[in-house]
Every structure is written in structure tokens, then in C-alpha cells.
Ligand binder design. Sequence first.
Ligand SMILES: NC(=O)c1ccc[n+]([C@@H]2O[C@H](COP(=O)([O-])OP(=O)(O)OC[C@H]3O[C@@H](n4cnc5c(N)ncnc54)[C@H](O)[C@@H]3O)[C@@H](O)[C@H]2O)c1
Length: 264
Amino acid sequence: MKIAGRTFVVSGGASGLGQACVEEICRQGGHAAVLDVNEENGAAVVQSQPAGAARFFACDVLEADSVTAAVDGVAAWARETRKPLGGVIPAAGVGSPATILDRDGAPFDMDTFNFVVDINLRGTVDLVRQCVAYLAKADLDGNPDGERGVVVMVSSVAAYDGQRGQVAYAASKGAVASMALPMARDLSRYGVRCVAVAPGIFDSRMTAAMPPKLLTGLAAATEFPRRAGQPHEFAQLVRQIIENPMLNGTVIRLDGGLRMPSKI
Ligand SMILES: NC(=O)c1ccc[n+]([C@@H]2O[C@H](COP(=O)([O-])OP(=O)(O)OC[C@H]3O[C@@H](n4cnc5c(N)ncnc54)[C@H](O)[C@@H]3O)[C@@H](O)[C@H]2O)c1
């Protein structure tokens, strides 16, 4: 699918990996809808794109009504600008580490577990389901394959090698990885593809909040290049997934060969 002339929905678009996708989509001549809870960062991201190429939609992926209002708003914007919806990148996510038993042997709080799973998994599914309802009805526009759209979900290497304290995060990201194939199968009849990316360690606000020892340890455990990935390198893969129609129903690790150890 060509990015130019289409509108893409990016949740978590106000920061980090989502922001880099917004920038890449705009650079390629597309329109990007920035969905995020952080209005201040969202406005700054929109401001730094070419005039009219990006628009902010306040959205909390924990609230179905908020997702509906944002997706309907994006659909109206796409109609207005005649840049039809081309895909969705649900990149909103949180970490919140906790071991299942704490030092005193007490089990972790289910509220923390639910918070992570609700944003990373439920929020992803809710946004995707509401966007694909629009994508499935998109005009084919002379596309020879009958392609109507692309879903690029954000998993993590924690789906495969979750560290100590990542039970909730790994559960959410493992589920996102597991959904890529059945979602692609459900959506193939509509000409909508679905791929998940499992990043290793990338610079972002999320990783900047990690203890420096953990961050440098993970960068050092990356085979090559021995550093954290840059958000634009993530966005580069997302662009390639959008553009290459043969990528479907799979999970792509983007990790410089990192296999996370139990702990750093
Ligand atoms: N940075 C990494 O190393 C890395 C590695 C693997 C996976 N990921 C995943 O990539 C995605 C983006 O992470 P990032 O590193 O760019 O983090 P980030 O903190 O820089 O950006 C996340 C964005 O999500 C938004 N957000 C959080 N909760 C939300 C909610 N309820 N509704 C709407 N928006 C919400 C935040 O406001 C923020 O703008 C996440 O799903 C994360 O789990 C990141």
C-alpha cells in the first residue's frame, strides 16, 4: 500500500515509536492521526509536521467511547481531506514492572496487571476492531490486489524472553504477537493485512524512565549494533510493512539480535 494520499491512525503517536511512525507517514506524503492521552506532547508532534499532515485526537485506549469518538473523528477528517484510511498502528503502551511475588512473598496487585493488559492488549484490540470496520469498507481505488488496509501492531521481545518482573507486560505483548495470524486470517477477505513488530530496546520516553543500569545492560546485550534502536529505525520497518503486500500474518523481531536475560 502506498502511504502517500492515505490517512493512518497511530495510537501513542505523541511519543517514542508512535511519534516516529507519525513523522515517517507525513514524510511519505500521508496523513497521520495522532491518538494519545497526552495532549501537550500530541500537539507538539502535530505542530512539527508539514501543515495539515497530522491531527491530534484525544484518546484513552482504556475507554471504548473515547476510542470510538477518536476513530469516528479520524474517519470524518479522512473524508474531508479525501485521503482515505489506509491503516492503523496501535502503539500506545505501558510497562509497570512487578514480580508476581514481592520480597515478602506477597502476590502482586491485580490492578497493576489489569492496567498493563488493558492498555497494551485490550486497547490494541479495541482500536484495531474499530478501525478495520472502516478499512473493510474502503474503496479499492484500482489496487490490483484488492488491498484495503494494513494493521501494524506493536508487540515486544518480552513476548518471547520476558525478564523478571515482566509477567504482565509479557502477557500483553505475547497476546499481541499471537493475534497477528488469526487477525490476518479474519481480515484477508477484506484485503486487510496484519503484522506485528516485536522491538528490542529502543530509545523513547518509556525507556528513558528505566533505571540507567537496565537500559545500558540491555543495549550491551544487543548483539549488533550494540546500542538501543532509534525510533526512526522502528518507523522504517513500519513503512516497509505498509508498502510490501506480501508481509502478512507474522511477527517481525526488530532487536539487533537481543535475547533478553532473566535480569540485568
Ligand atoms: N521503547 C522500547 O524499547 C519498546 C520495546 C518494545 C516494545 N515497545 C512498545 O512500543 C510502544 C510504544 O512505546 P514507546 O517506547 O514509544 O513509549 P512512550 O512512553 O514513549 O510512548 C507511549 C505513548 O503511549 C501513550 N499512552 C499511554 N497510555 C495510553 C492510553 N491509555 N491511551 C492512549 N495513549 C496512551 C503515552 O501517552 C505515550 O505518548 C508500546 O506499546 C511499547 O510497549 C517499546
